[in-house]
Design a protein around this ligand. Structure first.
Ligand code: MN
Length: 245
């Protein structure tokens, strides 16, 4: 299976997480929050066949890390995965929103220059502006909206703009999010753990926890779990084959 958004480098013992991933059957997209974290995180998984490292610049630190944009564009040449990037207009981060817009726009332009990338995107309280910027930069690549929580009309727009959605265990335990998930075409869904930010019973979510996402998708779609796994695998291969490095 596939965990499309996990912060391996932010676990207390990242090397142990990588060992657990290698013993399991889940491929993991390891996202980062700053360009300067990429080298070390990528080093951590250098011997792992199951992990890939995305270069990120999280919107919550965009105002502190805008100086790392050059490094971002440099790393971008060696990975087809970008994340975590995006916008966050929740009250704590509204004051940095202008800088976030500048940083996210530059990132999408770099991706366009490189011929497109696969993007894991944060859009808390900002689905509208995220979709506007994606529409203005159509060649940036394949957008995957991580932990989407926008309004129904924003969801409709996102589907219309060919976005994918990564779904975590918190979402499958919320009625509102289940309503959202049921409106997304099956061909646009991927699972994510978002560990260690997302906690399950007081411990960080791990890649193997996406099994409960698969279970819930099967219930929503009313199909056997093996069929759900097949759909997810197809979605993952489709995304990967869109972008050549
Ligand atoms: Mn995250």
């Amino acid at each position: 299976m596939i965990d499309f958004h996990c912060h391996i480098d932010l676990f207390p013992k990242p090397a142990e997480v990588v060992t657990a991933i290698d013993k399991g059957n889940v491929y993991v997209l390891s996202v980062t929050t700053t360009p300067s974290a990429w080298a070390k995180t990528n080093q951590l998984v250098r011997n792992s066949a199951k992990c890939r490292t995305a270069v990120g610049l999280h919107p919550q630190v965009a105002h502190e890390r805008a100086s790392e944009l050059d490094l971002f564009s440099f790393i971008l040449k060696s990975t087809k995965y970008v994340g975590e990037v995006g916008l966050d207009c929740s009250p704590e981060f509204a004051s940095t929103f202008k800088t976030q817009l500048e940083v996210f726009t530059k990132i999408l332009r770099y991706c366009e220059t490189e011929g497109g990338r696969i993007l894991s995107i944060h859009s808390r309280n900002s689905a509208g502006p995220v979709l506007d910027i994606l529409r203005a930069n159509p060649d940036a690549g394949v957008p995957v909206l991580h932990w989407f929580s926008g309004r129904p009309e924003e969801l409709a727009k996102a589907i219309d703009q060919d976005c994918y959605f990564s779904i975590n265990t918190r979402m499958v335990n919320s009625n509102r999010a289940i309503d959202t998930i049921s409106k997304i075409p099956k061909s646009r869904i991927l699972p994510e753990s978002d560990g260690p930010f997302l906690q399950i019973n007081g411990r960080p979510a791990m890649p193997h926890d996406i099994e409960s996402v698969i279970q819930c998708l099967s219930r929503i779609w009313n199909i056997p779990m093996n069929d759900t796994r097949g759909i997810i695998r197809d979605n993952f291969y489709r995304i990967c084959s869109t972008i050549e490095l």
